[in-house]
Every structure is written in C-alpha cells, then in structure tokens.
Design a protein around this ligand. Structure first.
Ligand code: ATP
Length: 211
C-alpha cells in the first residue's frame, strides 16, 4: 500500500513585541493537535507606513524569539518577512515557503481570535485560504470567534473551512501590549515571559520609561 505522509508545518506570524508565554503555549498546543513537524515563527516587519509600530527593533524582536525558543527544537524562526520590502503580505510569505518546502508540505497558519474580524480584508484572502489552512485559536479576554459575522464577506465554503479548522487551544490572557504597559510602569512581568527574554529586555532597557 502506498500512502503519503505530508509534512505538516505550523506558521505563526506576529509582531512578537515581545514574544510571551501565551504565544509559546498556544503554538505548542496546536503542534500536538495538528501533529506537526515544526513551528515556524515569522516576525512581521516594522512598517514605515503603519501607525501601530513595534516598540522594539527587528533585531531585538528576533533576539527575543531566539532566547524564548532556544531550548525547544520544535521551533524555528524565519526572517522572511523582515527581509522583504513593504508592503508585506501573508500570501507572499506562504508562496515563498511553498517554494522552499514543496507541494507536499501542508501549511497551518495560526491566528488568535482577535484577528478574525479583519481577516476578510487580507490581501488575496481567497487564494490564501486555498494555499494554507488558516487555524483560528481562542484567546483569553476575547470573544469566541464569531464565524457568522463573516457572512457576505467570505464565501460560505471558506467560512465553513475556518469553522472546521478552529483549534481548541487553552485560553491564556496575555498580550504584548499589556506586557509593554507593565514594563513601562515598572511592574512585575516575570510570569508572562521566558526568563531569558525578561533578562534581555532589562539589559537592553526595552519598553522602559525614558527619563
Ligand atoms: P499586541 O498586544 O502588541 O497586539 P499580541 O500579544 O497580540 O501583541 P502578536 O505578536 O501581535 O501578539 O500576536 C501574534 C499572533 O498570536 C496573533 O495571531 C495573535 O492573535 C496571537 N496571540 C497572541 N497572544 C495570544 C494569546 N494569549 N492567546 C492566543 N493567541 C494569541
């Protein structure tokens, strides 16, 4: 009997400003549920056009990703989006990775439920939904994904696909924004971050109040 074992690769994009334990935990949960071979973390670029800028430089965000994952071989980090000229779209990232990993790879793009509302506006969203499996995850502090709200914005088939591919990850109420705010106020954030990431932030005085 001939059967194919397609490689299942998790793609997890974000600003990771900074990477926190919520990112790590949901990604590892998805890894188990999907039975994936690896998780590729894909930090997004600082955009010269967007108002909501990452607070830390690309090199710092990359360094923190490395520190947070260096003891876990399930994780890889890709600088594919950091190296691309603006505008940078997810579809381009998926296509570039397709060239690298070939037709047999299955891509699972993880997305927190806070991202669902804007998803229909993503560049070439219908092609993206064909070329990778977009997996919504619950996020602590946010409503469960409301797939019905997508009616009229995406095809019924694609809405069904998103509903089917939802991954039940644990609810973790952590956000990078909250961590940055706490750091600014000199509050304890050690429960949200890998110790080495926190150490790096302190050493480099990232997210700290400027005097
Ligand atoms: P910010 O507060 O700066 O917007 P963030 O905490 O949302 O940051 P991002 O780097 O923007 O972090 O998130 C990358 C991806 O991880 C997004 O798809 C986001 O929805 C998801 N994500 C982040 N935190 C969680 C969490 N606690 N639970 C589930 N998904 C999360």
């Amino acid at each position: 009997v001939k059967f194919s074992m397609k490689e299942k690769i998790i793609l997890f994009g974000g600003t990771f400003d900074p990477i926190h334990n919520g990112h790590i935990k949901v990604a590892l949960c998805a890894y188990d549920k999907i039975n994936a071979s690896k998780i590729i973390l894909i930090p997004a670029r600082r955009s010269p056009h967007k108002q909501k800028q990452p607070a830390a430089a690309d090199t710092d965000r990359l360094a923190m990703l490395q520190l947070a994952t260096e003891n876990n071989s399930k994780f890889q980090i890709s600088n594919i989006e950091l190296n691309r000229a603006e505008p940078s779209y997810t579809i381009d990232t998926v296509r570039q990775l397709r060239l690298k990993y070939g037709q047999d790879a299955e891509f699972y793009w993880l997305l927190g439920s806070d991202m669902l509302r804007d998803l229909p506006l993503w560049h070439k969203i219908n092609e993206l939904l064909d070329e990778c499996c977009i997996c919504l995850m619950n996020r602590g502090g946010y409503e469960k994904p409301d797939f019905d709200s997508l009616k009229g914005k995406l095809s019924p088939e694609n809405i069904e696909k998103l509903r089917r591919n939802m991954i039940e990850t644990p609810l973790i109420k952590i956000s990078s924004t909250e961590i940055r705010e706490k750091l600014l106020n000199d509050e304890d954030v050690s429960q949200y971050l890998a110790p080495k990431v926190l150490d790096y932030i302190k050493r480099r005085r990232l997210y700290a109040a400027k005097d």
